[in-house]
Design a binder for this molecule. Structure first.
Ligand code: PAF
Length: 283
């Protein structure tokens, strides 16, 4: 496995790869890799002759500097995991390499980029689009792999692909959970033991709520999910939106859409650590 910090060196290598007619898979990450990332890398390795894993903690997508400062940085361990998954290349550029000058491009894809995370973290999806579009220009992958854990991000990236006419297939990979249901996330490593112990309640309650559709309205389901999670000391719901799976706009009645998803963000513990998850109700 080769590790590149430099864009031109990676591009020269990929030029040779493409000359041989080989297909390239890209797994964009911000590092602090876990089994969720491993599943994306393994899928790419299976489906492409060559896999590039980018490890870049992208500052432009953090609207909260504390969140960026706290984000775990574990490049050495990340490289071991990437190699064990069978990928050929790691692209780990510096911020100066990735952004030789400030990126002033503005990407807005309403409603997908402006609701939920878009509303709570202004500028977040703009930063995601800035870095993902750069990665697409640099790597020119045939396929790019994204985890359904960041479900809204996939909807935004698909809009980006259409907008910049990128010739890349977006491959959506299922969410990976710990045995107790907690969605795997790089931020989980920041949870203290007592916080880690209460965090699985988020998915437990979301899962239970899928059984309420016959007896409760959307409004009642919404209120009950929030009330049950907030009743657990150390958990506080930031938002819980029940939305149409395509438009990401709020749905008022179960009958109003064939594809309905509940998206949640919960603050866990004293720091607090922000955890996101979602549940499919229909579709
Ligand atoms: O999902 C992530 O880890 C990041 O948002 C991504 C896609 C790697 C862009 O920095």
């Amino acid at each position: 496995m080769k590790v590149f910090e430099n864009i031109v060196d990676l591009q020269n290598e990929l030029f040779e790869v493409r000359k041989e007619g080989k297909q390239v898979g890209l797994v964009p990450t911000m590092g602090a890799l876990h089994e969720g990332h491993a599943s994306l890398i393994e899928r790419s390795v299976k489906e492409n002759a060559v896999t590039v894993v980018s490890v870049f903690l992208n500052p432009t997508q953090f609207n909260d500097k504390g969140d960026l400062d706290r984000y775990p940085r574990t490049l050495e361990a990340d490289c071991k995991l990437i190699e064990a998954c069978g990928a050929q290349y790691v692209f780990a550029p510096t911020v100066a390499e990735m952004y030789p000058m400030p990126d002033t491009r503005q990407f807005e894809f309403p409603p997908q980029s402006t609701v939920m995370e878009g509303k709570k973290r202004p500028g977040h999806f703009n930063g995601v689009c800035q870095v993902v579009s750069r990665l697409f220009y640099i790597v020119r992958p045939n396929r790019a792999y994204f985890g359904e854990k960041d479900w809204q991000q996939i909807a935004v990236v698909k809009r980006l692909v259409d907008y910049i006419n990128a010739d890349v297939e977006i491959v959506e990979c299922p969410i990976i959970r710990d045995e107790d249901g907690l969605a795997k996330s790089s931020r989980n490593s920041l949870l203290a033991a007592d916080e880690r112990a209460i965090a699985p309640n988020i998915y437990r309650i979301l899962k239970a709520s899928t059984e309420w559709q016959n007896s409760l309205t959307i409004k009642e389901t919404h209120s009950r999910v929030i009330a049950e999670i907030n009743a657990i000391e150390g958990l506080e719901v930031e938002y819980f939106d029940i939305v149409d799976g395509n438009t990401l706009l709020a749905v008022n009645e179960w009958a109003d859409s064939a594809y309905i998803v509940g998206c949640i963000t919960v603050y866990c513990g004293k720091t607090p650590i922000r955890l996101i998850d979602h549940i499919k109700y229909k579709g």
